[in-house]
Design a protein around this ligand. Structure first.
Ligand code: MG
Length: 251
């Protein structure tokens, strides 16, 4: 019985087969060539277990309830319907109800960040990255600045690209990535993208970026199950539940 594994390991198994080569990317992309480091904000630059995203989520529900004069359960259902159909609840409200995005964003991001401590390990790891660093978020610029300030990493970025800069078209729409890359003259083949939502890494990988999924082992505790689809996909080069630790190991 103990011998059964031996014949299952063909000699030369470590080489790339023709089939692998023909199918695209047999090996995960590395970081030696990377000049631009791109980070999602929520649940990526701070841990998914932090009490930030649940607050935003609840305030969006409250906003929808107040806007339509409906109860919390109905508002929740409508919020998630917009989110699934349009990528963000905000975009659904803008398209279907001509909502002023500034009113929504100010309300949704008016949260308590006091429990978010400075992340010294992350600051050191990001500061050591060679090249430029960016935040690419579906939240507002103000939310990104306040949140990174609490983490004490706000001084480490060369630019923040928010949902308004992307004309309120959220990831994973390709237009938003292209607009972001163009604004900062980033060459995607020399960039790496860090994200907690798998589907937001598909376009970056297709454009040539090295992709890293930042997610806890017990996934999808605070996010939707459908968002996690594709978590084992080929467009994800690396995955980690410890962003600072991962960055520190990059050679
Ligand atoms: Mg995120």
């Amino acid at each position: 019985m103990n011998d059964t594994r031996a014949p299952a390991m063909p000699s030369g198994g470590g080489t790339t087969s023709v089939a692998e080569a023909a199918s695209g990317e047999p090996r995960p992309r590395g970081f030696a060539h990377v000049e631009s480091w791109i980070f999602d904000l929520d649940n990526t630059l701070y841990p998914a277990g932090s009490p930030l995203w649940p607050q935003i989520d609840q305030r969006i529900t409250a906003f929808v309830a107040g806007l339509f004069g409906i109860d919390g359960m109905s508002a929740r259902a409508l919020q998630k319907y917009y989110y699934q159909r349009y990528g963000t609840t905000l975009r659904g409200l803008m398209i279907e109800h001509d909502l002023d995005p500034a009113i929504f964003l100010d309300f949704a991001h008016d949260i308590d960040r006091s429990t978010l401590a400075a992340d010294e390990a992350l600051a050191i790891a990001i500061a050591a990255l060679p090249g430029r660093r960016f935040v690419l978020t579906s939240g507002s610029h103000g939310h990104a600045m306040k949140t990174t300030a609490h983490l004490k990493i706000d001084h480490l970025f060369d630019g923040v690209f928010d949902i308004a800069a992307g004309d309120f078209i959220p990831k994973p729409d390709e237009r938003t990535y292209l607009r972001f890359l163009g604004q900062f003259s980033i060459e995607p083949a020399k960039a790496a993208m860090f994200e907690d939502i798998p589907r937001n890494l598909e376009v970056p990988h297709r454009l040539g970026m090295t992709t890293v999924l930042v997610a806890p082992r017990a996934e999808h505790e605070t996010r939707e199950a459908w968002e996690g689809e594709g978590g084992s996909a080929r467009f994800i080069d690396h995955r980690t539940d410890d962003l600072a630790g991962f960055l520190t190991q990059i050679k």
